[in-house]
Design a binder for this molecule. Structure first.
Ligand SMILES: [Zn+2]
Length: 245
């Protein structure tokens, strides 16, 4: 049943998956969602599960590749870091990504972003980065970033496509539709720049109260839902430097 569903979803998604070529003629911002040790680095905390490693390696390699070009070109980058006060748990998850610890830092191969002038680093204490960008005075760091840089397209990568990436994408799309994100036009999710964790059905059955979360299936469901809300999903991202000024 699961494999049949996965097959259908794969077909459904792959039929729409496209390549994105970035040439710099449309202002595009790169958004990183929670590529932090606490979700990725094995042994770094309660939610840093030992996943089938390939999908996470690809996510990080692809993000580093994109971030390097964006920084070379001085294109805007926005990185969300999941970051929680130790006394404020985030249900239904166990304590994770506690502020000030290594868990809430970018993974080692992306920490150089902290020193890049075109990169905005934003700690967030909730699943949805759009909500997590709201300041006490009601302003929103992400909205300001879009407006200040006159961003027309955001390219989203991160962990996990069915949780934090999906919630952020849905909120960004709603905010765009509601006129809060002018001049944003498109929200694009890069499938190879995303990965989710793995809790197979047979393992979940052995853990009291656990909900199964098969990696491959949930990856596709997350992207499928993002597309249903109006995001574009791409499976390749390249750069056309010939068009550069
Ligand atoms: Zn969290």
């Amino acid at each position: 049943m699961v494999s049949q569903t996965l097959h259908l979803l794969n077909n459904e998604l792959s039929g729409e998956q496209k390549s994105l070529v970035l040439s710099g003629d449309v202002m595009t911002g790169l958004v990183l969602v929670d590529i932090v040790n606490g979700f990725r680095t094995v042994g770094a905390g309660n939610l840093a599960q030992e996943c089938p490693i390939n999908k996470f390696l690809e996510l990080i390699d692809e993000t580093v590749r994109l971030a390097k070009v964006f920084c070379e070109k001085k294109w805007p980058v926005f990185a969300f870091l999941d970051s929680h006060h130790p006394d404020i748990p985030e249900h239904p998850y166990p304590p994770h990504c506690i502020a000030g610890t290594n868990e809430s830092k970018l993974v080692p191969s992306l920490q150089w972003l902290e020193n890049e002038p075109n990169a905005t680093i934003r700690c967030k204490a909730c699943i949805d980065g759009f909500l997590g960008s709201i300041e006490k005075d009601g302003s929103n760091d992400f909205v300001e970033w879009v407006k200040t840089n006159q961003i027309k397209v955001i390219l989203v990568v991160g962990i996990c496509p069915d949780i934090c990436v999906l919630d952020f994408v849905c909120s960004a799309l709603s905010a765009r539709n509601y006129g809060f994100l002018i001049p944003l036009e498109d929200v694009i999710v890069y499938s190879r720049g995303c990965a989710t964790f793995d809790l197979p059905v047979h393992v979940a059955r052995t853990i009291k109260g656990a909900t199964a979360h098969p990696q491959e299936l949930m990856h596709h469901i997350g992207l499928y839902m993002a597309r249903g809300r109006g995001a574009k999903v791409v499976s390749e991202v390249s750069f056309d430097m010939l068009l550069e000024p």
